[in-house]
Write a protein that binds this ligand. Sequence first.
Ligand SMILES: [Zn+2]
Length: 319
Amino acid sequence: MTEIIAPIVDCHCDTLWLFDRKEYHFNRKNRIGHIDLPRLQSGGVAVQFFAVCTAPIKDRGTPLEAALHYLILFDEMLARTGTAVLRVEKMQDLDEAEANGKVACLLALEGAEPLCGNLELLSLFYRLGVRCISLTWNERNCFADGCAEEISGGGLTRSGRLLISRMEALGIVLDLAHLSRAGFRDALELATRPPLVSHANCFRLCEHPRNLTDEQLKQLAERGGVMGLTFYPPFITGTKTASLDQLLDHFVHAASVAGVEHVGIGSDFDGISESVEELDHAACYPALLAGLRRRGFSFREIKQIAGENVKRLLKQNLK
Ligand SMILES: [Zn+2]
């Protein structure tokens, strides 16, 4: 079978947590973790989102202190890695990375807790390079309810609404992953630019509160959004294991409900304790692309899912 080449855009990883580990070096191939430069390069990754997720971190001070800590580690990584990587800050950075074969790295906040409810800090995080923000992690904060707040299930607060319009003005991508159903509905009503769901799967195939219902998938597509499908077995099968074909079922379903233009990849590498068979780390993307081909997607559609859809969304959001 011909090898399928399609640049990968991965909308979500938690690799920044690994930057704290002495035995981990981003520039070398590591025994631990899922992502490092050699594995991104051999997997054909063109754009990698790096999430700063502070809600579950308890030993790094306040969420603001923890976020600044990881932003510094990210900066140090970029400085050490030199010309092989490029930080995505504006639209043209994507073309420059592509033209020069660099891995484009995009900084994201997973949960807006580091803003401490203070919208002035948004422009500071923008200056520090953050270009994608999800309002919540699983729990409630001053902007919205997360998806684990099933009993209250509240929508966006006034601050949450304000945050979305300020993000749009700056050119920061709105990520709806982890949000409550009501918050998702509110955010879609408000957003004037295509939103991202950086890492989730299909509720129809796996009834997990982190997954999107068919109705949500359709609403996301109507707004020009994209959902990055994720490799975490509990969101695929509801168990600790998942085969590549069970993950591919989600790609097929999402494409049939939302349309292939609204499907992408959000691996959650380095944030997951179990992985999909044959997708052990970032060098394994060729197996995913071959699987998509096996399941009937055309070469054109595979390129869209692999990266073009999210690239389009980035160009519609970044300055
Ligand atoms: Zn997450």
